[in-house]
Design a protein around this ligand. Structure first.
Ligand code: E4P
Length: 216
């Protein structure tokens, strides 16, 4: 499983990029809204110059025509832009058009296996099931990853599964075990993945022993 980062903040992207783990970036209108005073297109350009992998940029239009026109503008920013499209009837039609034009797509707001299958058949490069938001309403987000991974494997479907709406490290481990190709992880959770109290204790002990050995 590869790692994407789920943020539009350039400093957070730079930090994760420096770790050498970053295969891509996902943004959405809510993440972009947090970046006060930043021009969305300029920010996307900046991100695509830093990260060579897929950078998802979401359309805001709701009709097929709006999505196609907006998506084409976004795709023209850089070759590694992936157009993020919501899972709607018009969204699926737009995905088909993008796919016919060799523009990569990420179908977002997926909450069922059937939605993922439809998105894949329309030509989606990526499908994004939202784990955390399903968990929030008492449904099993991780079970959805298992179902989609199984269906894609049985039917030899090439679309990649991005485990999205990740809330904690267990989501990451389980998404990897259940066959997600990618997890798009918020910066706070990336930090959580690296930390373990026994690692910190071990470093302290090694340091103390090293210092003691230098004194004798
Ligand atoms: C993914 O592409 C979405 O931007 C994101 O994971 C949504 O997460 P949230 O449910 O925490 O807003």
């Amino acid at each position: 499983m590869k790692f994407f980062i789920d943020t539009a903040n350039i400093d957070e992207i730079r930090e994760a990029h420096a770790l050498g783990i970053l295969a891509g970036v996902t943004t959405n209108p809510s993440l972009v809204a947090k970046e006060k005073g930043v021009n969305f297109q300029d920010r996307l350009r900046e991100i695509t110059e830093l990260v060579s992998g897929s950078v998802s940029a979401e359309v805001n239009g709701t009709t097929y025509e709006e999505m196609v026109s907006e998506g084409k503008e976004l795709a023209a920013i850089a070759p590694n832009i992936t157009v993020k499209v919501p899972m709607t009837v018009d969204g699926l039609k737009a995905v088909k058009t993008f796919s016919d034009n060799n523009i990569k797509t990420n179908v977002t707001l997926i909450f069922s296996a059937n939605q993922a299958l439809l998105a894949a058949r329309a030509g989606a490069t990526y499908v994004s099931p939202f784990l955390g938001r399903l968990d929030d309403i008492g449904q099993d987000g991780l079970e959805l990853i298992s179902q989609i991974a199984q269906i894609f494997a049985i039917h030899d479907i090439p679309s990649e599964i991005i485990a999205a709406s990740i809330r904690h490290p267990i989501h990451v481990t389980e998404a990897a075990l259940r066959g997600a190709h990618i997890a798009t992880v918020p910066p706070s959770v990336i930090h959580g993945l690296m930390k373990h109290p026994l690692t910190d204790q071990g470093i302290e002990k090694f340091l103390a022993d090293y210092k003691a050995s230098q004194q004798g």
